[in-house]
Design a protein around this ligand. Structure first.
Ligand code: R5P
Length: 306
């Protein structure tokens, strides 16, 4: 059945993703039904659905940054409420899922946050969860097995790469700041058409300090791009940009899926010599970077699931 003929599906943008949620609905030729939302004086969230969900396949679109704790809580509120009000199936689209980096006990006694978040989603009766460039697909799969939620991971990287290919970076060298993100540059390089590689990154678990060991790559007269899943403080990307410059790269771009961009991140990266910075809209960040939308890739995945 053509999706436009479906009447038993409803798209609900949550407070974290109003713009992206409306764009996904538009991509699918459907109306969006954003929730009513306000913050109580004590900081808690009030949410009310604006249309009936009874008997529907409900698609809740809610990212979880900035304000990860509030946004995760709101996601759970909406998912559980959809179930209680009679939704037939609940699909949560959480373009950026907070806590995906805390997917292991790196030190004894640590909270396994990702496991607990998935457990909550399971108890909120979420059937499917769509993420964009989940931090570690491997950890996600291991943790997913413990819970009754089907997790689907889509990627913004080919879209970021397409933008860069069309804007002066065709054939550029694609670099991941660490080995864990090598799959990102593999997929970017398929679009860009150049070579790819990674730097050795060592993070001190106590202080968060990063040591980045550069590999010997000769990049003279070549353009290069740093791809990462997340830019938070900007330090990782900035170090990688500097490393590429040191190795002779001419123009260096920085690209990431989740633009968390804490404090001075954008300036740190620009100062390191990156131009342009290209990010996706999984997080509704107020940044000067060029934005490439994930609305289409999310809409395509939803169509596949329906
Ligand atoms: C870590 O493994 C991630 O892939 C990113 O490299 C990291 O989150 C970036 O953080 P920051 O911008 O604070 O250096």
């Amino acid at each position: 059945m053509n999706y436009l003929e479906r009447t038993d599906m409803i798209i609900i943008p949550g407070p974290g993703s109003v713009k992206l949620g409306v764009n996904v609905a538009t991509e699918m030729g459907l109306a969006a039904h954003p929730v009513k939302h306000r913050i109580f004086p004590d900081g808690g969230s009030y949410i009310r659905f604006t249309s009936s969900v009874e008997g529907e396949t409900v698609v809740i679109i809610q990212t979880t940054a900035p304000n990860p704790n509030r946004r995760v809580m709101e996601l759970l509120f909406m998912a559980r409420t959809a179930h209680e009000l009679g939704a037939e199936r609940t699909i949560c689209v959480t373009p950026y899922l907070a806590y995906t980096r805390q997917d292991k006990r790196f030190m004894g006694g640590e909270v396994l946050s990702l496991d607990i978040v998935l457990n909550f989603l399971n108890h909120s009766k979420v059937d499917d969860l769509i993420l964009v460039d989940a931090h570690s697909e491997e950890s996600l799969r291991i943790i997913q097995r413990k819970h009754n939620v089907n997790v689907h991971n889509v990627s913004a990287i080919p879209y970021l790469a397409m933008y860069l290919r069309e804007n002066g970076f065709k054939g550029a060298y694609s670099l991941s700041p660490d080995k864990g993100a090598i799959h990102l540059v593999e997929s970017a390089a398929r679009v860009i058409g150049g070579e790819y590689g990674y730097f050795e990154k060592i993070r001190d678990r106590n202080t968060g300090e990063i040591e980045m060991k550069t590999k010997d790559i000769d990049l003279s007269r070549q353009n290069a791009i740093v791809f990462d899943d997340i830019i938070s403080s900007g330090n990782t990307t900035a170090r990688a940009v500097q490393g590429l410059k040191k190795q002779g790269a001419e123009k260096v771009a920085a690209a990431c899926t989740h633009a968390l961009f804490m404090e001075n991140a954008e300036n740190i990266i620009l100062k390191a010599g990156a131009n342009p910075i290209v990010v996706s809209d999984t997080v509704d960040a107020d940044v000067g970077a060029i934005k490439v939308s994930v609305a289409k890739v999310i809409a395509e995945k939803l169509l596949e699931l329906l």
